[in-house]
Design a protein around this ligand. Structure first.
Ligand code: PGA
Length: 253
């Protein structure tokens, strides 16, 4: 059985006070909300990671980074290495989020280097994939998702890949208020699981968690997570409200 996993991606939001307040409220109510049956993580901006890992150390809420760089150290101005993230208590790292791909311009090759470096540095990557609206309209969803997964995981053994969480985030649903229907999400999630079975093996495909992301909110979370292959949610906007995020965690039971 795959344990449901709900991840909050705070993006470039919060400040030193509101990040702690939000994290503490989530920590104090999430285990009660989820009855320990749900894994929960939050991904704050880099500058608040350390204060958050301290504030959350005694809670069941894990902390993840929104990105990382693939080199271990050196002259890479502005970048953050896997060992730095590990050092401040991070467990997870998002890799290839659509805003990194489409706003910042990250390529599949760069995302692969980041997934590989995260694993090498003892972090658990959450590999995000998803098609643009024009690609969906051109019936290219499977082609795009398959390319992103094959290149994102290139060169990694099944053992390494078993530590990866997948996140399907259709770009047209992110921050737009337009959610994929539970059926649309299930179709792609089931495709992803079959692809992983082909690339690795049935057991890996059965055990790997595939999250959905894109305008997830309290009103649609339960329906999305009721789908067989939707193992949790990667939540952006709604994770900035403790009430909404806790309601989403509750619906993952
Ligand atoms: P959203 O963002 O929930 O605000 O659509 C999801 C994400 O980008 O991970």
């Amino acid at each position: 059985m795959r344990k449901p996993f709900v991840v909050g991606n705070w993006k470039m939001n919060t400040d030193s006070h509101t990040s702690i307040d939000l994290a503490k409220r989530i920590a104090s109510e999430s285990s009660e909300a989820a009855g320990h049956g749900v894994a929960v993580a939050v991904c704050p901006p880099f500058v608040y990671l350390q204060s958050l890992t301290k504030a959350l150390s005694a809670s069941g809420v894990a902390v993840g980074a929104q990105d990382l760089y693939y080199e271990l150290e050196g002259a890479f101005t502005g970048e953050i290495s896997p060992s730095m993230l590990k050092d401040v208590g991070c467990i997870y790292a998002l890799c290839g989020h659509s805003e990194r791909r489409h706003v910042i311009g990250e390529t599949d090759e760069l995302v692969n280097k980041k997934v590989t470096a995260a694993l090498g540095g003892g972090l658990l990557p959450i590999l995000c994939v998803g098609e643009l609206l024009a690609e969906r309209d051109a019936s290219q969803t499977e082609q795009v998702v398959s390319r992103q997964i094959k290149s994102g995981l290139a060169g990694l053994s099944a053992e390494k890949v078993s530590a990866v969480t997948m996140a399907y985030e259709p770009v047209w649903a992110i921050g737009t208020g337009r959610t994929a229907t539970p059926q649309q999400a299930q179709e792609v999630h089931s495709f992803v699981r079959k692809l992983l079975a082909e690339m690795y093996d049935d057991q890996l495909a059965e055990e790997i968690r595939i999250l959905y992301g894109g305008s997830a909110k309290p009103g649609n979370a339960a329906d999305l997570m009721s789908q067989d292959d939707v193992d949790g949610l990667l939540v952006g906007g709604a994770s900035l409200s403790a009430d909404d995020f806790l309601a989403i965690i509750r619906s993952a039971k």
